[in-house]
Design a binder for this molecule. Structure first.
Ligand code: FHN
Length: 456
């Protein structure tokens, strides 16, 4: 009997522990998460490659307002074209993406080798892609479409084995409590009634709860729009803890905090806010030693769809960026901006297909790898995992000799990753360099991967 009582008490403790631990305060007066960062970050560090999706009402004007091409990124059109709230919100009445197919989006991401999707639950324009109980400005209440996009994507991600994550903008150009009086580009003064504390308590937090409890479990809560004056480091830490109290194993990006000082993701007090840094449209030249990070990047020059932006990076550039990032220990969050009909634009699909083709043969050299232990070799990049070094050769040697400088570990063998027969390549050691005898032609012009087996 005593044993049974003991067991019941222990079981209750295990269930309640995360909540209890989440309350523990650290020296800076903030809370310590129930699970360690390493425990929470495991899947994310392995994944290395994810899809960013910027989708909302801005896909309808697609970069044009009253027949004028509007400069800047598509999802900022409300701000950049000075569109008043009362005018912009009428776009909701036209939002009817009948070609939206969540399974197809998941399929496109999976085929590219991506392991997670981060979609804009709400961007700066305030429009919500789910059925929010605290807003009428959402896909169910305000559009003829009337389908819960996040619910459909959540189901498709679960079925497809992809982690679903939400981007959520702290800044909100639509909510009357959140419209900044000093930033009047889109304000209808008769509508705005700024009370940011009320916005946080009565709107933002309830929405985060809906997103995490009704559409989760989520991989990442990815905040943005934290630079506004009203957002403080303290609010950042409170929100971080709140999100973790709702889902103890969730990951939160640095933009929950204040100040993305450079790429380090430090808050004003110099303390790292959130779980990973978010360099935007850039790859740190030497990674961000000691900090988890993820480069987010557009394929063309916009996040939200712009019908006339055709300045797409090539597949070669994108594959090499993925490899460059993995070789520096980071993740790559690559953006697509679906159309108002609900389609991922064809140029994006083509590039993702090419990346997937490369990944099908070479993903072992990306997933679960860590940064290069030999820096940036002249011929390409390097990733590492267990007792393997993956040499990503961008510039294939014309003399059949691949020289790996500054390598002191004992090399037990070498082969081409794409060669299923694992034919051994001859390796010769020469003081602290190793030379691998490679075929005269690469198997892949973009990146042929040579594997070095290293002594444990
Ligand atoms: O203003 C946004 C922008 O629209 C886009 O969402 C990017 C993605 O990281 N973040 C913001 C700027 O940092």
């Amino acid at each position: 009997m005593l044993n049974r009582i003991f067991n019941i008490v222990m079981c209750l403790l295990v269930v309640l522990m995360p909540g209890i631990c989440a309350q523990a305060a650290d020296g800076a007066g903030t809370k310590t998460p129930a699970l360690s960062r390493d425990q929470r970050m495991g899947w994310w560090r392995d994944a290395r490659f994810g899809m960013f999706i910027h989708w909302g009402l801005y896909a309808i004007p697609a970069g044009q307002w009253h027949e004028q091409k509007i400069k800047g990124v598509g999802e900022w059109i409300m701000n950049n074209a000075h569109i008043p709230v009362s005018e912009y919100e009428q776009l909701a009445g036209q939002f009817n993406p009948v070609k939206f197919d969540a399974d197809r989006w998941v399929e496109i991401a999976k085929n590219a080798g991506m392991k997670y999707i981060v979609i804009t639950s709400k961007h700066h324009d305030g429009f919500c892609l789910w059925d929010s109980k605290v807003s009428k400005y959402d896909v169910i209440d305000a559009t003829p479409f009337g389908r819960d996009i996040l619910a459909e994507l959540s189901r498709a991600c679960k079925a497809g084995g992809i982690r679903l994550c939400f981007y959520h903008s702290i800044m909100d150009w639509h909510h009357p409590d959140a419209q900044a009086p000093f930033y009047p580009r889109y304000n209808d003064t008769n509508r705005s009634n700024p009370n940011f504390a009320r916005y946080v308590e009565k709107y933002m937090k309830p929405q985060l709860k809906e997103l995490i409890t009704n559409y989760g479990p989520l991989g990442v809560m990815w905040f943005d729009g934290e630079w506004i004056r009203e957002w403080t480091g303290e609010l950042g830490w409170q929100t971080y803890n709140y999100v973790l109290s709702l889902q103890p194993d969730i990951i939160v990006n640095n933009r929950v905090g204040k100040g993305r000082k450079g790429m380090q993701g430090l808050d004003k007090a110099g303390k790292f806010a959130g779980d990973f840094g978010t360099p935007e449209q850039q790859i740190p030249p030497a990674g961000l030693g000691g900090i988890d990070w993820e480069t987010c990047m557009t394929m063309n020059d916009t996040w939200g769809y712009k019908s006339y932006d055709n300045n797409f990076k090539s597949s070669e550039e994108l594959i090499r960026k993925l490899v460059d990032i993995a070789g520096k220990g980071g993740n790559f969050l690559l953006n697509v901006g679906p159309t108002a009909e609900g389609l991922i634009p064809q140029p994006s699909v083509e590039r993702l297909t090419a990346m997937g083709k490369w990944m099908k043969l070479n993903s072992e050299s990306i997933y679960g790898t860590t940064a290069s232990p030999i820096g940036k070799p002249g011929w390409g990049r390097c990733t590492a995992k267990a007792n393997r070094l993956y040499l990503h050769v961008f510039d294939w040697p014309t003399d059949g000799k691949l020289v790996v400088a500054d390598l002191n570990s004992k090399v037990k063998g070498a082969y081409l990753l794409a060669d299923k027969s694992r034919t051994a390549l001859a390796v010769q050691r020469d003081s602290n360099a190793v030379t691998v005898a490679v075929p005269l032609k690469p198997t892949d012009e973009i990146d042929t991967v040579v594997v070095l087996k290293i002594q444990d």
